[in-house]
Design a protein around this ligand. Sequence first.
Ligand code: ZN
Length: 824
Amino acid sequence: MPLTRAEAADRAATVDVHEYEVHLDVTGEGDTFGSRAVVRFDARPGAATFLEFEPVAVESMTLNGVPLPPSAVAAGRLHLSDLASSNELAVTATMRYSNTGEGLHKYVDPADGNVYLYQHLFINNAGRVLPAFDQPDLKASFKVSVTAPESWTVAANGQLVAHSANVWEFAPTKRISTYLATLFAGPFHAVTDTHDGIPLALYVRAALGEHLDAQAEEIFTITKQCLDRYHEMFDIRYPFGHYQQAFAPEFNFGAMEYPGLVIFRDEMIYRSAVTESQRESRANVIAHEMAHMWFGDLVTMAWWDDLWLNESFAEYLGTRVAAEATRFKGTWTTFAMQRKAWGLRADQHPSTHPVAPVSVADTDEALLNFDGISYAKGAATLKQLVAWVGDEAFRAGLNAHFAAHAYGNATLADLLARLAKASGRDLSAWAEVWLRQPQVNTLRTAIGADGSVSILQTAPAAHPTLRPHKIGIGLYDNGAGGTVSRRSFVEVEVAAAPSTDIPEISGKADLVLLNDGDLTYAKIRLDEASNAAVPNMLPLIGDSLARAVLWAATLDAVVDGERAVAELVTLVLAALPVESEVVIVEDVLRATRSLVDRYSTPETRPAALELVAQAADRLLAASEPGGSRQLAAARGFIGATVDVARLRGWLAGSGVPDGLAVDADLRWLILYRLVVLGAAGRAEIDAEFERDRSATGEQWAARCRAAVPDASSKAAAWSAIIEDVKLSNRLVEMTASGFWHPEQLDLLAPYVPRYFADMPEMMRVRRGMSAERTAGLAYPEVVVDPETRRLAAELLARDDLDPLLHRVVQDIDDDMRKALAARF
Ligand SMILES: [Zn+2]
């Protein structure tokens, strides 16, 4: 059951937790493990309280030496009463492994049968491993030991202090929140190093060991560069001893910031060719998780209201530090193109919420807020804040914040007070409009007949807040011989008003780019003349960040129905084949593909898709052999083409572009497309899985099987999605992601009503993040039809609907509303 804000506040006033001494025994077969915990805490004498606790069976349970009755455990909680001022709770119990990525996740590698475990307690899953006061402001030291098979290795937050044959003992951690306690165990492969006195380690399951060996140098280099940069920026050195990074199977997030032992999804150890933008993304995640060591781990939010304090800061600092300290200088281009689109989408959904909500009612609502607003909008807002107060004041404020709250908790008010003091600016008005109000402003350029420029600002009717924006404006001119140059760039303050004159700009330009440099968070619309100039000028602009801002604005205008998808496809065909920035290539192809699927009609879609395939094909022909652009173009082409013969040729090794490696992952991508087109089926999928009996192969096979266009394959996939609880988080998500295709609308028609009928049951048997994700992936988003919307409305009207499902349906239905409006 979710923990409410009121319960947490009450409990924090009742107890003061010192230590969890935990011993896990993971040597048994089957789906359970042993957990023995001693919890030492102070309390208000005579008071009652509870811990989160979800055992399969309890062997013994005492409070201060006195046995507790079995009835003390009910509905996921262990209730205690008549507490002493100093208490010791001792519990020995049998617990269940999970396959959803929450609790103690157990994974069997299909490559070699090896078993791996990782512990992920976020957001309220501590009770699945031990009895715990599971809330962020009851920090405690964790003293962990594990009994595991002798052939294994075990890593945890703390440093290993003793290891006999099959027992690993770890030093007690500093005081950390329960959601930050972790471990990683199994016969994993390790690479170690050290930097600036800090021991470093990388772990991955054995099947990926050789790939880790090949990539360790790059990962360590980035790790060291980021550590150095954070040490320059912050007064407090990295506070948690060693810095281990484990790459775990079936991890729900990109990564998680456990102090001393960051865990990443192991897709980040590449086994096939990847693009530079994928490597950049990994560097960004490394920098992001490291930022959390200070923001989140050293100083933690008091309650989930301030989740954004964790995620927005990590997103902002990670993007910034990756750009400043590593070879990946273009992270802000990626942010402008990709991450902000995520934030904008979430922010315009009916479920939008402020970056910093005043009050998050319970842990369920907190999980819902774990979205593009808390990450990307929050980070964009921080970028705007830094533009506002200056970097020096920003860093001084952060350091004062860390010094005041190290190993403790803090709120938005605490942080704002430090930033205001450091900058000498009152930030309360700024925080009110930027952090406490949801939704986004649109900024438009208006150009007078005399060339004068003003900026018009609007807000949606439901959230009519206008904001002050500090923005850049670039003036671009066509030059001789097909060149484009930026004549001038000015930084101006746009008032929180419907119109702001910009006298700093004079003289007409061929293209006036609002938000050049991407300083603010807003929807951008250009003047008519600039819009008309985009197709010719965009490819010739030298600055990738400026091109990203233009592409993002163009895509956003299509989403809003202001520009036709046919117009977008024409632009893609003209501009993309000369695009040099890989992340732009990837993102434009992905976003265009998605818009073509949803915004064109069944009649116009084939022609639009053909143009996307042509654009990718031209880019492919123009790309250097073996480079990232070639790989991005090839993936885009495979996803859009209907040229079955050519795809089959690539699989067979004929007609493959020079330098393109048709490796394991690209083979699966080709096969997947062939399956969607009805040109390959179960026999080919089975054969490919025989050839690639790996974790990734198993996942791709699940996705491909769900895509096979026949009734029995769809029936099997649907029943797996809805009710096969043996299927892990990753396998069910891959199955759901392979299910719907605009190429298969007739076959899939019966599953539109079934989605709305069956999803409440799916939410009942699965839980947490994986359930939310599956509900989104299984949505009939490609069936853009008034009947789909009617069924959604009917479901949303139910008053017993799971809140996670409610939000998924409400938001995707709103996307469909826009798509329908744009079509007709
Ligand atoms: Zn994070």
